[in-house]
Design a protein around this ligand. Sequence first.
Ligand code: ZN
Length: 300
Amino acid sequence: MAERLIGAIEAGGTKFVVALARTDGTILAQARIATRTPAECFPEVVAFFEQSAAAHGAIGGFGVASFGPIDIDPASPAYGTITTTTKPGWRGSRYHHALGRFGVPIVVDSDVNGAALGEWTLGAGRGCTTLAYTTVGTGVGSGVVRAGKPLMGFSHFETGHIPIRRDPAVDPFAGHCPFHGDCLEGLAAGPAILARWGHSLSDQPDPARIDLIGGYIAQLAVSLVLLHMPDRLVFGGGVMKSPGLIEAVRRHTEAWLAGYIQAPQLDAGLESYIVAPGLGDQAGITGAIALGRQALAEGK
Ligand code: ZN
């Protein structure tokens, strides 16, 4: 029997990356499709998979790493459905509906869990049993992968909204989150930084500001260490590209932990424990292919 191929989708706010891949990860065809309404972009997604499958071979399963909020519970009747988004037309749309005509298993996870899985599989988390991946960009989110499986509860984690200890005498900014004010996302995500200073950290990498934001992100790093005891922490996303920020996160994390956690994983200075992503922009589609591998296994 011919090899069954993987259909992979990385669905982001501005674009879909779609790929047809072999189980070993080799990409046979890839395309970018602008994110518009589902009625506009799903037919293009389906056409890509129909055409590439006709050229290369039949699809045996789909892996989808999508923006959300999205139902990622395989036991839920709404599995694969976008839930409370404000993006026009997307609320209630379901990947299983869009891809149903292929008649193969579909595994859906969040975009952050997808990127975490990508980094665990082929990026900066290679060799780890447990990896915590965090993106700090337009929003903040974390995926924790253990032995190839992104962890979840009744839904994906929402680490962007953890409470943060903030000293109003040092930082009077009340925060930018419409729900919580000064949660992590309200203090350290890109829009919060813009609202507070009128420019990004990369544009004006003032050391005191880098240190302040690094201290907030480090509070999440400390929480991830204490809750999950990961072998490594990866921090990516647009804000993390600010010069000196990852160093500030390492410095504050080490200070907060205060020597309480003693393990060979935590090197002095945390330079090999808290790292940048290894895959860059490829993490999402790599993760979607890994999810597709799980879908293939389900179809056997
Ligand atoms: Zn919040």
